[in-house]
Write a protein that binds this ligand. Structure first.
Ligand code: ZN
Ligand code: ZN
Length: 153
């Protein structure tokens, strides 16, 4: 198991710009800042966390708008932390397939790449369970819950 390397940022910008252009959405400086920050992050992040990290800073209200625009355009995926706080990350077509380690104590969520062998095993289980429920499986999202090292210390 390894943490994910982030996407190459220059390439990331080009792919996001292209996606936004097809929807007639401009890739503004603020949107670029948010996309790059999430490209460097090791997991999904809340608006409050991003707000504390963005340099130059942008007002929280426009950060919320930016996150909504990018999510609606399919650039970001929305999820929740262990406490129900909304989180944002790069969509899977940008970030690559991965899973999440969720700390039920502090709510922290980190990306994890389970590796090819475990991924094949998971996919087999998912296909079998989906077929048993008459579902034509198109993908899966699996979060692993537990207590992180910092919270156990
Ligand atoms: Zn924790
Ligand atoms: Zn998987």
């Amino acid at each position: 198991m390894t943490t994910m390397p982030g996407p190459v940022l220059g390439d990331l910008d080009a792919r996001v710009a292209q996606r936004l252009a097809t929807g007639g959405v401009r890739y503004t400086k603020g949107r670029r800042l948010v996309v790059r920050a999430l490209g460097r992050a090791g997991g999904p992040r809340s608006a409050a966390e991003l707000h504390g990290r963005l340099r130059p800073g942008i007002p929280l209200s426009s950060l919320y708008r930016t996150l909504t625009v990018l999510a609606d355009a399919g650039v970001l995926a929305r999820s929740h932390d262990g406490h129900g706080v909304a989180l944002f990350e790069l969509a899977e077509w940008l970030r690559g397939h991965h899973h999440h380690l969720v700390c039920v104590e502090c709510g922290r969520v980190e990306d994890v790449d389970v590796g090819d062998e475990h991924e094949r095993t998971l996919t087999g289980v998912v296909l079998a369970v989906g077929a048993a429920g008459d579902l034509e499986v198109t993908g899966h999202r699996i979060d692993i819950e537990g207590v992180c090292g910092a919270c156990r210390a």
